[in-house]
Design a protein around this ligand. Structure first.
Ligand code: ADP
Ligand code: MG
Length: 220
């Protein structure tokens, strides 16, 4: 039975591509305020699951259902980073503001509200002082904070992050974890985080979904 706190339901979901099925029969319920870690070896389908729940790819079978509330508030997405993206030639402010695109509506320019939201999220992620700098000249940790601020412009409720600390050094990784933890604990943002860090689930998560030969769920 589902309840009013369920924001994401996956029902008998099969994931994959034309020539490969990665996962079958996945049932999942994510509730408001939970912190999920999605773990597993490379190539097991973690990124594919994130893209499928976001509707960026079709499911092979089954359903992905977002609550009305989540759909209204929007879903923040921090994709897995590639080198091309790290080289993006725009200012910090432009990158963050572009996260407000879903709120543009029919108007071809950013509203005052969108600009305020971008400024607020830059302050929240402690990058406001960097706003005129070029994104590609920043360190890896600063870039991830810019992208986190950007994804926060799209939501007040749910954040999906794909390996947000990959390629960061241990100190910066801890800072990033602390920011994410604060968003979850203080701002009550539901977190769905793909990670390679074997310690992350027991340190931060309320739930773990582990991909392998079988998909297993764990509650902390
Ligand atoms: N666009 C695609 N077309 C076909 N196969 C793909 C595509 N993207 C990924 N795959 C394959 O699907 C599998 C899972 O990929 P992915 O979801 O990125 O894994 P993970 O994020 O767990 O490392 C891999 O074997 C990969 O080669
Ligand atoms: Mg991946």
């Amino acid at each position: 039975m589902s309840d009013g706190n369920v924001i994401l339901t996956c029902r008998d979901l099969s994931l994959g591509y034309e020539n490969i099925t990665l996962v079958t029969g996945l049932d999942l319920e994510v509730r408001k305020g939970e912190y999920w870690c999605i773990t597993g070896e490379n190539g097991t389908g973690k990124t594919t699951l994130m893209k499928t729940v976001l509707g960026l790819r079709p499911a092979l079978h089954g359903d992905v259902i977002w609550s009305d509330e989540a759909r209204k508030s929007g879903i923040g997405y921090l994709p897995q980073q590639t080198d091309v993206q790290r080289d993006f030639p725009a200012s910090v402010y432009e990158v963050v503001l572009s996260g407000c695109q879903g709120t543009l509506g029919f108007r071809p320019f950013y509203s005052k509200k969108a600009k305020e939201r971008a400024a607020l999220n830059m302050k929240r992620m402690d990058i406001y002082e960097l706003r005129r700098r070029c994104y590609r000249e920043l360190s890896g940790g600063q870039q991830q904070r810019v992208l986190l601020a950007r994804s926060l412009c799209a939501t007040g409720d749910v954040l999906i992050m794909d390996e947000p600390v990959a390629a960061l050094d241990p100190k910066v990784t801890e800072e990033m974890y602390e920011l994410i933890r604060k968003l979850n604990r203080e701002d009550k943002i539901t977190i769905i985080m793909v990670t390679h860090d074997p310690d992350a689930p027991s340190r931060f998560a309320t739930h773990e979904l582990r991909f392998g030969s079988e998909v297993t769920k764990h509650v902390y």
